[in-house]
Design a protein around this ligand. Structure first.
Ligand SMILES: NC(=O)c1ccc[n+]([C@@H]2O[C@H](COP(=O)([O-])OP(=O)(O)OC[C@H]3O[C@@H](n4cnc5c(N)ncnc54)[C@H](OP(=O)(O)O)[C@@H]3O)[C@@H](O)[C@H]2O)c1
Length: 198
């Protein structure tokens, strides 16, 4: 009997692994579900929203993908080595390898409503999650990244809406351009960034 002319295509990220921080809701949930739909085995992290993380995992599994949730408070950079060790073990169990193909540094906290609400502690927490944690996540990822692996850092160049509302608009020549990968992204839902509310 002759061979078929074509083989069914496997999803583009089949056999790949991804770690998505802040996958319990919002943009991180959308990224995690999309990567899983493309075939990746996805580790997603949460802090306060454990139930949200479980919902993301359930959504992935309903569509036939593979994901698991890990807890880490990224204000504490010391949680990062343990996070990776847990991810290593689960990737190895699920895929036979603990190599990492994609690190998506997405977790972010809103910080404060406006300049007058900021405190030294909230300032420290915001920078811990948005700047310090991605730095040490990359440090831990380096020895695990597969050939052709990728790190994606998501951030924001804009202050929160309440702060924006109270700020005078700078002249056009001094307005900053987007510096984050999703610098102009809208709110996200499990269906995709930019629609509905997170
Ligand atoms: N939405 C936008 O319009 C927009 C625009 C530009 C850039 N961004 C950037 O895109 C990223 C995602 O935004 P989003 O709107 O999807 O945010 P979001 O809905 O507020 O979700 C934030 C995620 O980060 C996690 N997170 C917060 N604090 C954490 C901590 N201490 N330790 C670990 N995880 C923590 C949350 O986990 P838990 O809920 O489990 O704590 C949650 O999964 C952020 O980096 C943000 O700056 C967003």
């Amino acid at each position: 009997m002759s061979q078929p002319m074509y083989q069914p295509m496997s999803p583009p990220l089949s056999g790949k692994t991804a770690l998505v921080t802040g996958g319990s809701r919002g943009i991180g949930r959308s990224i995690a579900t999309r990567l899983a739909r493309e075939g990746a085995t996805v580790a997603l992290t949460c802090n306060a929203s454990r139930r949200g993380a479980e919902e993301t995992v359930a959504a992935v599994e309903r569509s036939g993908g593979s994901a698991f949730a890990l807890h880490a408070d990224l204000v504490d950079a010391k949680s990062i080595p343990d996070l990776f060790e847990q991810a290593d073990r689960e990737f190895l169990r699920r895929t036979g390898s603990d190599a990492l193909d994609l690190l998506i540094n997405n977790a972010g906290n809103a910080g404060w409503g406006g300049l007058m609400d900021a405190t030294p502690d909230s300032w420290d927490e915001m920078f811990a999650v948005h700047a310090r944690a991605p730095f040490f996540l990359v440090q831990s990822a380096l020895s695990r990244l597969a050939d052709g692996g990728r790190v994606v850092n998501i951030s924001s160049a804009l202050p929160p809406p309440a702060a924006r509302a109270s700020m005078p608009a700078p002249p056009a020549s001094r307005r900053p351009g987007p510096t984050g990968v999703l610098g102009s992204a809208g709110r996200a839902t499990p269906e995709g960034p930019g629609s509905g509310t997170a």
